[in-house]
Ligand binder design. Sequence first.
Ligand code: ADP
Ligand code: ZN
Ligand code: ZN
Length: 723
Amino acid sequence: MVPMIARVEPLTTARALRGPFDYRLREEQHDAGVGALLRIPFAGRTALGVIVGLSDSSEIVPERLAEPDAVLPGGIPADLVELATWMAAEYCSTPARALGLMLAPGAAQGTRSREVLVAELAHDPSDGADGAERLTDRQRAILERLRREGPIAASAIGTDALRRLERRGLVTLERRAQRRRPGQATVGSASAVAPPLTDDQQAVLGEVLGAVARPSRLDGAGPGGILLHGVTGSGKTEVYLRAVEATLAAGRSAIVLVPEIGLTPQALGRFEARFGDVVAVLHSALGQGERYDEWVRLRSGEARVCVGPRSAVFAPLADIGLIVVDEEHDASYKHEGDPRYDARTVALRRAQQHGAALLCGSATPRPESVASQRRLRLPRRVDGRPLPPVEVLDMRGQHHPLHPRTRMALADVRRGGRKAIVLLNRRGWSNFLSCRACGHAWMCPNCEVALVLHQAGFVACHHCGHREPLPERCRSCGSAALARHGAGTQRVEHDLRAALGDGGFPVFRLDADIAGGKDRAGLTLAQFEAADAGVLVGTQMVAKGHDFPDVTLGVVLDADQTLRFPDFRAEERTFALITQLAGRAGRGDAGGTVLVQTLAPEARSIEHAARHDADAFLSEELGRRQALGYPPFGSLIRIVCSAEDAGEAASLAKELHDRISVPGAAVLGPAPLFRLRGRSRSQLVIKATDRPGAIAAVGAAVEGLAAGASRRRVSISVDVDPQ
Ligand code: ADP
Ligand code: ZN
Ligand code: ZN
């Protein structure tokens, strides 16, 4: 018979080793299809590989082809192989790296289902067929229990006794997978009952359902999907829930992407409450076994809704009818490892593959989405309450980190027994330390950045994690007079506690430094929710989509901080942060106020956010981007070469520069970046209107230099659509 040839992509991270390579499947391996995970002999060792194609011929004679050692569990459906191939090209990466993101969680490390022996009644002895009279009382009791309760884990009864019943044909014993169940979300009480929709929701849902129902092979609603632009508290989640419900009713499946589950447990709770076990969750705070089991439930079709962060866009679901991207402006949708994919772009591609509708929602949509998607509006809050008034407080000439107006408002909140949220997008105690005598500043030895002072008595680098004890004297002149500049969340927490914290008015802090990581974040939110009154201080984490009705005051400290970054998204970020934080306030009967402290009160993004004027902001921002050729009017690709040797990094960047030519595109650089983790870096930025052309040119140039780069110990990282 004809040998079956599998085209296999070995899962190596090396850029220079690119498959696929042909392997000959043994007869018992013939049902391994595209997407199967294999253990293969590769380059003199054993590696994992994924089948990316099948054939009955190879350029190599069959006898000389190696055979896979084994077919492993955890392989992916064929549509994900196609998606990986597309991603590898779109993000100038390799198929192996893209495939690596899509396997069952832990499959490469050997995670498997947990199996237990399950006993089930085989035959009802009351039929009188099989000599029921010869049973002991204990055996009768066992059979009675199995009849009453259905299948039970054998260990709960006793394996020996069950084996004896099995031999008589009364009981069957079988190994079955046992689900490791993720813990339940703890913030917010979600109801299983759907409320009647508001007129606005009803109108929007009608359009969305039209897109879900349209049986086209294109995506659901025009070239870029649907953008649900709804103010904070307008009930976007209810629209998602109804759209998912309709998708399930049509027999199809759905993916719901959320920014970070640890920070948005409420959203997950709403989906679980509404749909129960048909929902699977994939997120990194779950144990590997739990994640694996959730993945298997999705793959088998037992679960048909996947809720999770960006990687959930790879959920192994068949026949997807809807992909929701909640809070589509959130930066966490961009993956920071190679391939540097953007889950929103991948979601659109996957929706197109499946003929699914793409529904993105936000109160602060990105200008890119406004330009490319069909926009539907929810202009009012569900409860009809106005958005809270925003006061901009000019901090020029102020010496205390809190404006007098802010201090007064916080004291009012405390007096009224209500809640406030204070946002400062900077963690730690002080920004940086310097010597008052000679001006020496404390810098990271690995990175060219200042060390941040932390409350616990150390200084730390927020880029590489380097830490050292708080110095007592200046390293260069010996002076003991050290200046601490700027305030971070720890300092604000401390100051607020000193000012307000007595008398049962708790102050909570939420940032990346709180011990216990992601689980602790959910716990802190739950504590703040459960408290009768109090303040929550934190980084942008406090501005995510939380829905706490008793928050009456929102405060943004140092609102122009994000504007000081040299980044074309600075305005967009600032506008979103203020608007999102404002959205947390005034959701209850007591109304609310928002205070924005800034050194730049006349900045466009701050003025527009203060007036809740997203349209004015978006149209000005789109105008500015068009003039400068920034997205969505052009595409950016960033290439960073890094090496211990500064000269090598820069010269490789120069060689890349010379190889990249795209008509109408500008190749900017090489420009040196600050040293990071002990490596010098050099950057190129390509600004192009021909996006596919630019991606292809960059991909070819990088591939052409990959072997030389690895010889010279330079690593090349490509970021298409950098954040
Ligand atoms: P958004 O995501 O747009 O900020 P949410 O989805 O958090 O808004 O909704 C705000 C609040 O309104 C939630 O508590 C939600 O349960 C509630 N809600 C949503 N739709 C309705 C409705 N049709 N009737 C009553 N309450 C609703
Ligand atoms: Zn000094
Ligand atoms: Zn560092």
